[in-house]
Design a protein around this ligand. Structure first.
Ligand SMILES: Cc1ncc(COP(=O)(O)O)c(C=O)c1O
Length: 457
């Protein structure tokens, strides 16, 4: 059969509410044109994020019922730990309430002012948690990864030569760790090849620098390796995952993505001394090490979800539905990051709205327009998220790319929902000349995109 179907039946449904255009206009004004400030019941198709928005399976719900809520020594923790060790191979495993808690613990223990932490591209929470320690977050993506229209199988790869140059110029002792984000969320959901993981790991090991993987979308990355990298077609996703993590010293994980859970995460490491410090900080801020800020039922859901995310029929459907959306809009001329990523399609807002300069926030303008048009909520990944404003001088910097991400929640929407999104994007594309830019009215000093208020220009 050529038709690729959703590999599940729907057992429980959640109604979504239709809204009229005048209603949406009012909601936009109330939210100061920041879609993070909308109520989700006013959103028809919510592509704000794929994080924590997955539909859990009947097996996960069944496992959740088995959750043991003991403060210490819960069997739910041991099932969770066994799953993480089996897939990721790391010795010490600490549950956290979500990915950023794992990042905060890792960086608080390992980083200090003056340090430099390279990555292919740091995600926004990763960058913010790193910079709060006084360390510098550096993105060393391959040049191909910065050209949205360019086709390349592994646009998430790190520039290994740039990593070597960095070490030569600042000294290995200034790098407390190196990171690789798989897939590269901020750079278009693009995967990292096994060859690149191997090469980065070799450089790190030669210089005694621990390599940590930001593993949020590890299953999607692994599937891209299977599809695109010579030598992996006959391996299972689980085998590829084990090989990949064997090149690293630890990982941070948001189980809200490829854990197929609605909340949770973990920090894992092979280093006993670091683990001891991490454990102590975990107790201080997250909870006892056998629950780490999660309920026993969450640990159970994650333990099942991690394996479900590696199932081949699931991964085929997942990657196919993202590609379907990307292909149907790009065929009609909409500029997107090529090829479509694993969890999301990224529209190149700078090319979509060439008459809106980066300082006038083209990504934000497009996000507002998609909601206005059809009640579709997307997210800006450009100057709003990654630009900066100097509090003293008011000087603004813009981001290297102006993207709008359409992130697809896992197992939530069907093909007709995606067809509706295609129509919405194409309608806005047809009237793009009329779309104008936005300006900030209010912004917080860090992670400003969550709470900023805007006004149309
Ligand atoms: C690549 C990446 N790293 C880290 C995080 C942070 O995870 P969390 O939202 O669970 O704190 C995210 C969340 O979107 C992410 O995409």
């Amino acid at each position: 059969m050529k038709t690729i179907i959703e590999p599940f039946r729907i057992k429980s449904v959640e109604p979504i509410r239709m809204t009229t255009q005048p209603e949406r206009e009012q909601r936009l004004r109330d939210a100061a044109y920041n879609v993070f400030l909308l109520r989700s019941e006013d959103v028809l198709i919510d592509l704000l994020t794929d994080s924590g928005t997955s539909a859990m399976s009947s097996e996960q719900w069944a496992a959740a019922m088995r959750g043991d809520e003991s403060y210490a020594g819960s069997p739910s923790f041991y099932r969770f730990e066994r799953a993480v060790r089996d897939i990721f191979g790391f010795e010490h495993v600490f549950p956290t309430h979500q990915g950023r808690a794992a990042e905060r613990i890792l960086f608080t223990i390992s980083c200090k002012p003056g340090d430099v932490v390279p990555s292919n591209t740091h995600f926004d929470t990763t960058r913010a948690n790193l910079e709060v320690t006084g360390a510098r977050a550096l993105d060393l993506l391959i040049p191909e990864g910065r050209q949205p229209a360019l086709e390349h199988p592994f646009k998430g790869n790190m520039d290994v030569a740039a990593l070597e140059r960095l070490i030569a110029s600042v000294g290995a002792e200034k790098l407390p760790l190196c990171m690789l984000t798989i897939t590269n969320n901020s750079g278009g959901g693009q995967p990292v090849s096994m060859a690149n993981v191997r090469a980065v790991s070799a450089v790190c090991r030669r210089h005694g620098i621990p390599l940590y993987i930001d593993a949020c979308r590890f299953a999607e990355n692994v599937y891209f390796i299977k599809l695109r990298e010579p030598g992996y077609a006959d391996k299972t996703p689980l085998e590829i995952a084990r090989e990949l993590f064997a090149h690293a010293d630890g990982c941070t994980m948001s189980a809200k993505k490829d854990g197929l859970a609605n909340i949770g995460g973990f920090l894992a490491t092979n280093h006993a001394r670091v683990a001891e410090q991490q454990r102590n900080l975990l107790i201080l801020t997250e909870g006892f090490p056998t629950y780490g800020g999660l309920a026993g039922r969450d640990l159970e859901a994650i333990a099942v979800g991690l394996y479900e995310s590696l199932a081949e029929d699931y991964l085929l459907y997942r990657i196919t539905s993202t590609t379907y959306l990307g292909r149907h809009i790009s065929e009609r001329g909409v500029p997107i990051v090529q090829p479509p990523g694993g969890h999301a399609v990224y529209i190149d807002a700078a090319a979509f709205l060439p008459h809106v300069p980066p300082a006038q926030l083209p990504g934000q303008a497009l996000v507002v327009e998609l909601y206005r048009e059809a009640g579709v909520r997307a997210v800006e990944i450009g100057t709003v998220m990654f630009g900066t404003r100097d509090a003293a001088t008011g000087a603004e910097t813009t981001a290297p790319m102006e993207l709008v991400r359409l992130a697809i929640p896992r197992r939530v929407y069907t093909q007709s929902h995606i067809d509706y999104v295609v129509e919405a994007v194409l309608n806005v594309f047809a009237r793009r000349q009329q779309v104008r830019g936005y300006r900030f009215v209010e912004q917080a000093p860090v992670l400003r995109h969550f709470t900023a208020r805007f006004a149309p220009l």
